[in-house]
Design a protein around this ligand. Structure first.
Ligand code: URQ
Ligand code: ZN
Ligand code: ZN
Length: 467
């Protein structure tokens, strides 16, 4: 099948230029002016619109068993929601239970993800350490296209990786040419602060941010950066939410250390007033970790994106419906952590970033797609509009508007942290693997159409050497 996107302005991370884009099968086959469509081609009129690489969300949790329940979106509904928002690839997480084989967990998640409507790939969490974990990491890199290993420095008595595990795993990642990533919060401090708050009878969702102040995140960010520095590994810090963590990244990068940071769309535009909302269910709906922060942290995160100290944007899409969140109505530590956003990410960042002049359209492409592709070694297959790249494309209508709401979202979470926000700049079409999967409100997601994306290990030359 041939699809021709005519009349638009192509926006890549390096430049924007007038060009038509021709796709055949799942690849882009031509980029240039006045391309002629062959018979029976699908024609998309992109006049006055931008033609950008499909979004890559570096951080989602579809169908995640967590805190005694399972997230509301599975791999079909979650990836379908992403396609409706212009995101054509998600990076999800295999999270083995402590003592569980990493390989066994990986195959379980691969089974769950087979129903995906869009492309997907996995970071694999290292939640414990043994010779078998050491071996499994090698198998995952060599045989399964894994080049990133996640470490939760929070969630004590669950999936928290202690320093011994961090050191072993970072060292192993370096041997394998994989990048370690971290959820940076000091789990011991969180655990103690949670106990203190409960002992004082503070049990509602307003206690959640009190148990995870910015300093708790910054300590872990500094520690992960220091461990990476001593061992000589790069490190990627997920959901950087506060100025203090950002400063740790900026300091390290200023000294030449290879540290990357990820910002969440939610942390960029939502502040901590949500936790003191008079409706306890509303406050619970916003419980995620790290928590939403006070406004000055948002300004810092935007400056981090502008300065190149934050590189990707994501959502940490991890949705739980009201009943699930109410598991913690009498004890905030039992509220399943997580919020949605996979459908809204790109429009929220365009509206808050490009429309305000904080980001150019090319910088928007960098932080919503290209940087992720390059950091995790999917580039140039993903993350740009060019001949030979995957035909993952979002046609972006800068004049289009939409009011974001749970009433119209495709996610199954039943709540929208961006509820009521009217954005200007929205997808009009999404093309995934060469198929038009979203057309002006008409979502044509197909279960199983998504593909697993192998990500080669990095070698000393920075990319996989020729075989
Ligand atoms: O910590 C994470 O990234 C997962 C478990 C989602 N939950 C959250 O609150 N961020
Ligand atoms: Zn996390
Ligand atoms: Zn997460």
């Amino acid at each position: 099948m041939t699809t021709l996107i005519k009349g638009g302005t192509v926006v890549n991370a390096d430049r924007a230029f007038r060009a038509d884009v021709m796709c055949f099968g799942d690849k882009i086959i031509a980029v240039g002016e006045n391309l002629e469509a062959p018979p029976h081609a699908i024609i998309i009129d992109a006049t006055g619109q931008y033609v950008m690489p499909g979004g890559i969300d570096t951080h989602t949790h579809m169908q995640l068993p967590f805190m005694g329940t399972v997230t509301s979106d599975d791999f079909f509904t979650g990836t379908a929601a992403g396609l409706a928002g212009g995101t054509t690839t998600i990076m999800d997480f295999v999270i083995p239970a402590p003592q569980q084989s990493l390989l066994e967990a990986y195959h379980t998640w691969r089974g769950w993800a087979a129903k995906s409507a869009g492309d997907y790939t996995f970071h694999v969490a290292v939640t414990w350490w043994s010779d078998q974990v050491h071996a499994d990491m090698g198998t995952l890199v060599r045989d399964h296209g894994v080049n990133s290993f996640k470490h939760f420095m929070a969630y004590k008595n669950a999936i928290m990786a202690d320093d011994e595990t961090l050191v072993h795993s970072f060292k192993r990642s370096l041997e394998l040419g994989a990048i370690p990533t971290v959820h940076a919060e000091n789990g011991e401090l969180v655990f103690q602060l949670q106990k203190d708050l409960l002992a004082r009878g503070i049990t509602g969702a307003q206690a959640h941010p009190m148990s995870r102040p910015p300093e708790v995140e910054a300590e872990a960010a500094n520690r992960a950066i220091a461990i990476a520095n001593v061992l000589g590994t790069p490190v990627y810090i997920v959901h950087v939410s506060c100025e203090e963590s950002l400063d740790a990244i900026a300091r390290a990068r200023a000294k030449g250390q290879r540290v990357y940071g990820e910002a969440l769309a939610g942390h960029l535009v939502i502040d901590d007033s949500v936790y003191t909302n008079p409706d306890p269910a509303y406050a619970r709906a916003h419980v995620m970790s790290p928590p939403f922060r006070s406004k000055h942290h948002q300004a810092a995160l935007w400056h981090g994106l502008q300065a190149g100290n934050l590189h990707t944007t994501a959502t940490d899409h991890c949705t739980f419906c009201a009943d699930q969140k109410s598991m913690g109505e009498n004890d905030f530590t039992r509220i399943p952590n997580g919020c949605g956003g996979v459908e809204e990410r790109m429009a929220v960042i365009w509206d808050a970033g490009v429309n305000t002049g904080l980001l150019t359209p090319s910088e928007f492409v960098k932080v919503t797609s290209t940087n992720a592709a390059q950091i995790f070694n999917m580039y140039p297959r993903k993350g740009l509009i060019a001949v030979g790249a995957d035909a993952d494309i979002v046609v972006w209508d800068p004049a289009g508007t939409k009011t974001l709401s749970a009433a119209t979202q495709h996610s199954k979470g039943g709540f929208n942290v961006f509820e009521g926000r009217t954005v200007k700049g929205i997808p009009s079409y999404t093309v995934a693997a060469g198929k038009v999967v979203y057309d002006n409100g008409d979502l044509r997601a197909e279960a199983g159409a998504g593909r697993h994306i192998d990500r080669p290990a990095f070698t000393s030359t920075g990319h996989k050497e020729a075989a």
